[in-house]
Design a protein around this ligand. Structure first.
Ligand SMILES: [Zn+2]
Length: 262
C-alpha cells in the first residue's frame, strides 16, 4: 500500500517536470568519486588539459598498428582513434568521444593506485628481487610513472589477446640488477619502460604480433637472440632520457616480424 503510494507520487513528480528537466535528470551521470582519478567533463577532439593526459595514459595501448599516442594533453585525431578502439574493445558505443560510458569502464579498470586491473607495481618492480623503483637513471617517481604507462599498454595487449593472463617476468631493473642479468647498458628496463612477457595461453608470436597494435615501439621476440622464451616490449619512442633515437625497433624473425619494418 505504502509502496504503491510512493510509486504514484514518483510518477506524478516526473510528470510535473518539464521535458528538459526530465532529460537532465536522466542524462546526469551519477557522481563517481573514484579512488584513482575522476573526470569531470566530456572530452573530444580539440580539448586539452591534464584530464586529456590522464585519458591518454589509459588509452595509449589502443594506438593502432605501429603508432603511439603522445601523452601531450591534447585531444587530437590519434587520441580520438585510440578512444574509439578502446570503446570497440569493451563493447561501448564507438564514437571517439570520452563521456560517462567510457569513464565508467575506465573506473572499473583502474585500481585505487591508478594501475590497470590486471597489473601491479609489485609485478613490474626491480627484477632482481630487491623490489622498488630506485637505483635506475631516473627518479623513483618518474620510473614508477613509466611503469604505470607500460602497465596500461599491457592491459590493452591482454584485452586484445582475449583477456588471457600475461605474466611479466622482468619489468624495471635498477642498474645493479641490469648488470647482474647482463642487460644492455642503456636497456629500456632501466627506465621502467619495458616488460618481458610470457603467456600460458597465447603463443609468444601471438603476443609479439599483437603488441605491434598496442603502442609498443620496441618489440623483441622469438628468433631474436636470447628472446626465444619471452617477448620484450617497450616504449623507446617516447623515452627522451635514453641514448637511443626515438624510433620503432622490432625483431621477432620466427614470428615474421622483421627489423622494424613490419
Ligand atoms: Zn626485456
Amino acid at each position: 500500500m505504502r509502496v504503491n503510494t510512493l510509486k504514484r507520487a514518483a510518477v506524478a513528480f516526473a510528470l510535473a517536470l518539464p521535458g528538459a528537466a526530465i532529460a537532465a535528470v536522466i542524462a546526469a551521470p551519477a557522481a563517481h568519486a573514484d579512488g584513482c582519478y575522476t573526470w569531470n567533463r566530456t572530452l573530444n577532439q580539440g580539448r586539452s588539459g591534464d584530464d586529456v593526459r590522464q585519458l591518454q595514459i589509459r588509452v595509449a595501448g589502443w594506438a593502432g598498428n605501429r603508432d603511439i599516442v603522445e601523452l601531450d594533453g591534447r585531444y587530437g585525431p590519434k587520441t580520438a582513434a585510440a578512444v574509439k578502439r578502446f570503446q570497440q574493445a569493451y563493447g561501448l558505443r564507438a564514437d571517439g568521444i570520452a563521456g560517462p560510458q567510457t569513464y565508467a569502464k575506465l573506473y572499473q579498470l583502474q585500481d585505487s593506485d591508478c594501475t590497470p586491473a590486471h597489473f601491479t607495481y609489485s609485478e613490474l618492480d626491480d627484477g632482481c628481487g630487491r623490489g622498488g623503483y630506485s637505483g635506475g637513471p631516473l627518479s623513483e617517481a618518474q620510473t614508477r610513472q613509466n611503469a604505470l604507462e607500460t602497465m596500461w599498454k599491457l592491459e590493452a595487449l591482454r584485452r586484445s589477446l582475449g583477456d588471457k593472463p600475461l605474466n611479466v617476468t622482468s619489468g624495471f631493473r635498477s642498474r645493479a640488477c641490469n648488470n647482474q642479468v647482463g642487460g644492455a647498458s642503456d636497456s629500456q628496463h632501466l627506465y621502467g619502460n619495458a616488460a618481458d612477457v610470457t603467456s600460458r595461453t597465447s603463443s609468444l608470436c601471438e603476443v609479439a604480433r599483437g603488441a605491434r597494435n598496442n603502442g609498443f615501439s620496441g618489440i623483441y621476440g622469438p628468433g631474436y637472440p636470447d628472446h626465444d622464451d619471452h617477448v620484450h616490449v617497450d616504449s623507446r619512442r617516447e623515452n627522451n632520457s635514453d641514448r637511443s633515437s626515438n624510433t620503432t625497433s622490432w625483431s621477432a624473425p620466427d614470428c615474421g616480424i622483421g627489423a622494424g619494418n613490419d
